[in-house]
Design a protein around this ligand. Structure first.
Ligand code: ADP
Ligand code: 5GP
Length: 222
């Protein structure tokens, strides 16, 4: 593969479904797509594997890596440090493999500012805030106080939706995935994309994701 890989950046408030959607995209395009395994100082959840979901490191190790310039970006999220390996970004850009990044808005901003021509930025929104809370609780991987903190942080994250050219509302998973997939294929294929893919991209553009994000923020403040 000779062309540059895409940096597929997927962000959302915690619980909106970005990991689920990202893994569907990765499963379908595994031949030329990989997941960027971030480094984090957060403790692993019971269903997570070191080196698969994240590389779990100590604060000291993380700081040494940051100091050595090993991160393409890093940020403090929900009280823990998270960072993207610079080597992974460089590999994508030189080998043509697309890379999916599950990062918060701070990570999305830094990556897209450094590589504006290579980044595809997608923000996933929940249908409403009650459903977001429900998904976080049903995931049952975090303690109650962590879930409460993440719900509060959700609104701050949604407040940065303007950074993202593409918004996907994750109500029915299959519909949300069809939109994410079409946005990706359109970005890769440009004018050569199949008419049915273009149709889904247009549906997504007309779905009012931007207005939905504003509505979510208004609902929270009322
Ligand atoms: P995030 O990565 O954004 O924190 P996850 O992908 O972990 O979110 O999803 C949070 C929870 O919601 C998981 O239990 C997941 O299975 C569930 N979920 C994701 N998308 C949907 C959907 N469209 N409908 C119902 N449940 C969903
Ligand atoms: P979680 O602890 O739920 O896995 O992730 C918490 C938040 O950290 C999510 O918004 C996720 O997208 C973000 N995140 C994960 N890895 C990185 C990273 O490498 N950089 C940044 N900036 N955010 C990350």
């Amino acid at each position: 593969m000779s062309s540059r890989g895409k940096l597929v950046i997927i962000s959302s408030p915690s619980g909106a479904g970005k990991t689920t959607l990202a893994h569907k995209l990765l499963d379908e395009h595994s031949a030329h797509m990989q997941f960027s395994i971030s480094y984090t100082t957060r403790a692993p959840r019971r269903n997570e594997t070191d080196g698969v979901d994240y590389s779990f490191v100590s604060v000291e190790k993380f700081e040494a890596m940051a100091e050595a310039g090993e991160f393409a970006e890093w940020a403090l999220v929900h009280g823990n440090r998270y960072g993207t390996s610079l080597a992974v970004v460089e590999e994508a850009l030189t080998t043509g493999v697309d890379v999916v990044f599950d990062v918060d808005w701070q990570g999305g901003k830094q990556l897209s500012e450094k590589w504006p021509d290579d980044a595809l930025m997608i923000f996933v929104l929940p249908p409403d805030l009650d459903i977001l809370a429900d998904r976080l609780r049903r995931r049952a991987t975090d303690a109650d106080d962590v879930i409460e903190r993440r719900l509060k942080a959700a609104l701050e994250e949604i407040g940065h939706h303007q950074l993202y050219p593409h918004l996907v509302v994750n109500d029915k998973l299959d519909d949300a995935y069809a939109e994410l997939r079409a946005i990706y294929l359109h970005c890769k294929g440009g004018a050569d994309v199949a008419p049915e893919v273009l149709e889904v991209v247009r549906t997504n553009e007309n779905a009012g994701g931007r207005a939905h994000a504003v509505k979510l923020m208004q609902a929270a403040s009322s």
